[in-house]
Design a protein around this ligand. Structure first.
Ligand SMILES: *Cc1c(COP(=O)(O)O)cnc(C)c1O
Length: 370
């Protein structure tokens, strides 16, 4: 039994076949991103009773392994699914900390409302993370820029093909040791402009973290890769080409005067925890931050005139990644042999420092897990 500090009890059934010390060490020596998973998983199930009252039950930590689903499970047909992403960092003294997990718990619930899934009380979210990382504490890497990536997700498991919100749902967390997201040194990436495809539309699910948004972005991502780019930029191209975000990262501009600009949240943009943390960190550093509309034309003209000094993307997985070149068949903004900008690097150092415990956690963003 694991009694969490938050009062929700997760039973612990240890894996009978955990990976051996040597195999784990070999994985941790070069984890990459999303390739390997730890020995355990956290699960909480949800059922609506005959009176129509829903409840979460059977909170547990058990061996990582395949999920048994009825072929008619709603998630397999109608995509009723949401997810989260956050990291657990090992500090120099060996302790393990999550970065702003309450923000992820809150966002999971705002995604749940949009996808007609049940909200999960915060203490279950935090208890699941704590219980899982505690069981798999030896999987938290300690190398520079490394962390244990946590992937909470919620799926509609009810066996039913009618079109309505499912009455049986499962919340789970899996964990994956992570190195540098894009691999290698921090080199500015090239970004492809998606002209044909949108990842989200007005009134749609763009502000929710759901698998369907990613499914919608993959064809554009393939186009990006076919054109030598790492990621794709989505614009509001039916209107004024306002910059929205990348497939899974928000975008920031560093202006000539040292201030920052990031696209305002319009409903088609996902509100990143990294994005809001950067807004705070930049203000702490004395910088002005504007959340406003910024169009492709302003990006092009700003880079041309020097009004825009640096551009970067941000998200939990890669934290902060400089953007060198933005292109498609007609545009060529910036340069693919650009160096990472000074302000980009300073903000990255500060944020990573807070996450890894080398810079004071002045906003109380860290939660100790182990
Ligand atoms: C998860 C995600 C982000 C980044 O959010 P973080 O909380 O910073 O990891 C940005 N855009 C999209 C579409 C996302 O799904």
């Amino acid at each position: 039994m694991t009694q969490t500090a938050h009062g929700v009890e997760f039973t612990l059934q240890r894996s009978a076949h955990p990976k051996g010390v040597e195999e784990r060490a070999a994985i941790l020596a070069n984890p990459g991103f999303g390739n390997y998973f730890t020995d355990h998983t956290a699960i909480v199930d949800y059922t609506v009773d005959p009176e129509g009252n829903g409840g979460w039950h059977d909170a547990r930590i058990e061996a990582y392994g395949p999920i048994s689903l009825d072929p008619s499970a709603a998630v397999l047909h109608y995509g009723q699914e949401i997810f989260e992403g956050l990291k657990a960092y090992r500090h120099a003294d060996g302790s393990v900390w999550a970065f702003r997990p309450e923000a992820n718990a809150a966002r999971l619930n705002s995604s749940a409302r949009r996808l007609a899934l049940p909200e999960l009380p915060e203490e279950y979210f935090l208890g699941a993370i704590r219980g899982l990382v505690s069981a798999d504490r030896d999987w938290v890497p300690s190398g520079d820029g490394e962390a244990l990536y946590l992937r909470p997700f919620m799926i509609a498991t009810e066996a039913f093909l009618g079109v309505r919100a499912a009455r049986e749902v499962s919340f789970r967390v899996i964990a994956s040791p992570a190195g540098n997201y894009f691999g290698g040194e921090l080199k500015p990436v090239s970004i492809w402009i998606s002209r044909e495809y949108a990842r989200a539309g007005r009134g749609g699910t763009g502000a929710a973290k759901c698998g369907g948004n990613y499914a919608a972005s993959l064809i554009a991502q393939q186009e990006a890769e076919a054109n030598g780019c790492k990621q794709v930029l989505f614009l509001d191209h039916f209107n004024d080409d306002a910059v929205e975000e990348l497939g899974g990262m928000n975008v920031f501009f560093v202006m000539k005067d040292g201030s920052l600009v990031t696209p305002a949240l319009t409903g088609t943009i996902l509100e990143g925890v990294t994005r809001s943390s950067i807004i705070q960190v930049a203000k702490d550093m004395g910088r002005d931050v504007a959340e406003r509309k910024i169009t492709l034309a302003e990006w092009r003209d700003g880079v041309g005139s020097g009004d825009i000094a640096e551009v970067f993307a941000c998200g939990t997985a890669a934290v902060i990644t400089p953007i060198g070149l933005l292109k498609d068949s007609t545009e060529h903004i910036g340069s693919d042999d650009a160096k990472a900008g000074e302000v980009t690097m300073a903000i990255r150092e500060e944020l990573l420092g807070i996450q890894t415990g080398t810079v004071a956690d002045r906003h109380g963003w860290l939660s100790r897990l182990v």
